[in-house]
Design a protein around this ligand. Structure first.
Ligand SMILES: Cc1cc2nc3c(=O)[nH]c(=O)nc-3n(C[C@H](O)[C@H](O)[C@H](O)COP(=O)(O)OP(=O)(O)OC[C@H]3O[C@@H](n4cnc5c(N)ncnc54)[C@H](O)[C@@H]3O)c2cc1C
Length: 388
């Protein structure tokens, strides 16, 4: 049986980064993945993911994001791929909504450069948008997007260059801790041994970690690409990532929406979606069709912010969230086996952290601890994950 220092189960967003960092630190690494690099069955597809630092979810994430930005630039340099684009980000809401208030608080606490805009100023600077008259916004120039497929492909490419063995199209069917403190992992093609195991299964966490009975909601989410009607006053250039920021908006009690500038030319469509409005499913049984009533509902909501988004829908695709009860991640030692590290439950906001999660998992697997891991925020044993 082949023996490794560390096996990484799942080479998607987080597992790809973990394999890359582990190989860089000199570990003998085996990565195992069901699908091909850059596949569209999990949580790492759809062309773009928002990255931002004025983090309304909790200021505790900000140091991780600052570290992640360095990691994104490093991944671009090592892979020669174009992955991160800082086109700015705007978070629009009522003054008391978490989107505005939380972004402002995180910016102030961590001295992040930001501007506060009122509705008139938003319209003046970004004429694609027509927010409510009493809306306010945090504008963060240091925000933008990263490309998920490019990321997973880049991490695989760079990890392999650093010596990792990566086996795609080889799903893990079983894993177990062994009495000598190691692990044994069985796939459709063989059995492998290792001292340590890193489990990064994304929306397959309920199948891969059944013994933990984690209270994860695996949610079917949709991104939509709508065509705007261009005019002399608001031409294509106003929607392109040279002039348009990423955005999150919630006003007047409406569902939070988020989206991107146009990244694929005038015919590519403006991509957006509901931030939290999924329906529970599983990674193996998700309905990948998108229905007319869903498109109609999204368009109606989108028109409240983008008055010219009246052209045809270019594309609509499903994607999977893995949501914990407190919407914070699950990262740390497996509660039953200290030689196994787990990372899942990224609750629809994990992608921007990919490089730093890779570093944390490498630290945990090789040293048993990571200075970058917040003390309790992501604890796999925290009360809400035990149903308490
Ligand atoms: C619609 C949508 C929009 C999002 N927008 C943003 C955003 O704007 N910003 C942001 O930061 N985040 C965003 N996210 C969230 C982010 O994409 C996820 O948090 C992140 O991709 C999760 O990474 P992961 O590694 O856990 O899962 P994945 O990337 O899905 O990786 C898990 C991998 O494990 C593999 N695997 C599972 N089981 C096995 C097995 N038994 N054997 C071998 N391999 C296995 C899978 O095939 C998969 O490749 C969004 C997600 C969605 C769906």
């Amino acid at each position: 049986m082949e023996h490794y220092d560390v096996i990484v189960l799942g080479l998607g967003s987080m597992g790809g980064a973990a394999a890359n960092t582990l190989a860089e630190r000199g570990a003998k690494v085996l990565g195992l993945e069901t699908f091909a690099p850059g596949h569209d069955q999990g949580a790492a597809h759809g062309g773009t993911r928002i990255i931002r630092q004025s983090y309304f979810e909790s200021p505790e994430y900000v140091p991780l994001l600052q570290r992640a930005y360095e990691g994104w630039r490093k991944l671009e340099a090592e892979s020669g791929r174009d992955i991160m684009e800082l086109c700015g980000g705007i978070y629009i809401g009522d003054p008391d909504d978490i989107t505005f208030r939380g972004s402002k608080e995180a910016s102030e606490l961590h001295n992040l450069p930001h501007e506060i805009l009122d509705a008139d100023e938003i319209r003046r600077r970004f004429p694609t948008m027509n927010p409510a008259d009493d809306a306010v916004a945090v504008y963060e120039a240091n925000a933008g997007y990263v490309r998920p497929e490019e990321t997973t492909i880049a991490n695989a490419q760079v990890a392999a260059k650093k010596g990792a063995t990566l086996r795609f199209h080889e799903p893990v069917t079983h894993w177990q801790a062994t009495p000598n403190g190691g692990v044994e992992v069985v796939t459709t093609q063989g059995t492998y041994g290792a001292d340590r195991l890193v489990i990064t299964p994304g929306p397959w966490a309920p199948q891969v970690l059944p013994e933990l009975n984690l209270p994860l909601s695996i949610d079917r989410m949709i991104f939509y690409w709508f065509s705007p009607e261009y005019s002399d006053a608001v031409p294509y250039e106003r929607y392109s990532d040279k002039q348009h920021p990423v955005y999150i908006e919630e006003t007047h009690g409406n569902q939070q929406i988020y989206g991107f500038p146009m990244t694929d030319g005038p015919a590519g469509g403006l991509k957006l979606g509901f931030f939290r409005k999924g329906s529970p499913t599983t990674a193996n049984t998700i309905d990948r069709n998108v229905y007319d009533h869903e498109i109609a509902e999204m368009r109606e909501r989108a028109l409240q912010l983008f008055p010219y988004l009246t052209g045809p829908v270019v594309q609509a695709k499903t994607c999977l969230y893995s949501v914990t009860p407190d919407e914070h991640f699950v990262i740390g030692a497996h509660p039953l086996h200290e030689q196994i590290q787990i990372a899942c439950g990224f609750s629809g906001h994990g992608f921007k952290f990919v490089p730093v999660v890779g570093e944390i998992l490498a630290d945990l697997a090789l040293d048993g601890r990571s200075a970058m891991l917040p003390p309790t925020l992501f604890d796999p044993k925290r009360a809400v994950l035990r149903g308490a």
